[in-house]
Write a protein that binds this ligand. Structure first.
Ligand SMILES: C[S@@+](CC[C@H](N)C(=O)[O-])C[C@H]1O[C@@H](n2cnc3c(N)ncnc32)[C@H](O)[C@@H]1O
Length: 322
């Protein structure tokens, strides 16, 4: 379902948090007059044109923190997935999780899935024992909506919102997950919601791409209700962990859980190297190798895998309480 006038949560101007008035295909801010277009009922709540012309990049540097590039990259991935036979079930774009002898947190129903097994296991590990019934949930960087869809299957959240910078991802979500889930295009660094709008924020493997992570953390804190929970997973440079954790604490978050899941992610990547749909695409399509390479997918043989293996990056799961 896409956002409409009757959506249960208010979207506001991401620039000034002013009220939005619908006018034809446009939402216009009653305070700063900025207009946000809608495309096929998808509100495009983006503040700026993401041109990063000052930062000259080499052809080998795929600008993974450039927002225009991120949009194009994930639009392309989504279109590719849509044209494949697995389109209806290709609902996750993450590394997945494979259990080993480390402590596991997921509820039993997350453990024995048929489709998207490893990604759903990762979601279960991220949620742990938290009860999401009756909660107002947002998944920031929701990708193709698999996490929200799974949450909806096992819990009864009051409101489920998915926000992603990729229009194609959001379009897929609107088509695929129809039941009481709401999706919109937006930027994690400028969230179009009033303060205290949500009880739970989920952010899985998306923040690595944000140019201004502190802005995202600040926004996450702002839109979360007092007592609300920020469930956060990503690979983090080991050298930055202390700084990031103290930034989060200074904002007011209490770190309730801080799990290193690197060994589980590595196991999953090793399995994916043999079986993943994207890995096969990569092998068979030289055009896509430009960015869908071993490194992007973090497969063995790529730099990202090496960094995780050598401990230069750690894969963390956090529970942060406001
Ligand atoms: C690796 S995918 C993860 C998707 C999803 N969380 C999952 O686990 O399947 C990263 C997602 O973050 C989104 N993204 C990247 N930068 C973003 C930003 N600034 N704001 C919102 N979403 C963003 C991408 O479009 C992509 O869908």
């Amino acid at each position: 379902m896409l956002f409409t006038k009757t959506s249960p949560i208010q979207i506001v101007c991401p620039s000034c948090l002013g009220r939005l008035k619908p006018k034809n295909d446009v939402l216009s801010c009653s305070e700063c007059q900025t207009c946000y277009k809608t495309m096929g009922n998808v509100p495009i709540m983006l503040v700026e044109k993401f041109i990063n012309s000052q930062n000259e990049k080499t052809s080998n540097d795929f600008q993974l923190t450039d927002k225009t590039f991120m949009q194009e990259l994930y639009n392309t991935i989504s279109i590719q997935l849509n044209s494949s036979v697995v389109a209806p079930i290709a609902q996750f774009i993450n590394y997945g999780y494979v259990a080993n002898d480390s402590t596991q947190y997921s509820q039993p129903f997350f453990n024995n899935q048929v489709f998207n097994k490893k990604s759903i296991k990762l979601l279960g590990e991220a949620i742990g024992a938290i009860d999401l019934n009756g909660k107002r949930i947002i998944d920031v960087g929701c990708g193709r909506g698999g996490a929200l869809n799974t949450i909806h299957k096992y819990y009864k959240p009051q409101i489920s919102v998915g926000l992603d910078i990729s229009y194609e991802n959001v379009k897929y979500c609107g088509r695929t997950h129809k039941d009481r889930l709401f999706f919109l295009v937006g930027d994690a660094e400028n969230l179009p919601f009033l303060d205290n709008s949500f009880d739970v924020i989920i952010n899985m493997e998306s923040s690595l791409n944000y140019p201004d992570l502190e802005k995202f953390y600040t926004e996450a804190y702002r839109i979360l209700n007092t007592g609300g929970l920020f469930i956060y997973t990503d690979s983090v440079p080991t050298s930055e962990i202390m700084y990031r954790e103290s930034f989060l604490k200074n904002l007011g978050f209490r770190i309730m859980r801080n799990t290193d899941a690197t060994s589980n992610i590595l196991l999953s990547l090793e399995e994916s190297s043999n079986r993943s749909f994207l890995a096969d695409k990569l092998r068979n399509n030289s055009e896509q190798r430009l960015y869908l390479n071993e490194d992007f997918l973090a497969l063995p043989g790529g730099e990202k895998y090496r960094l995780l293996k050598e401990g230069v990056l750690l894969y963390k799961i956090y529970h942060l309480r406001k």
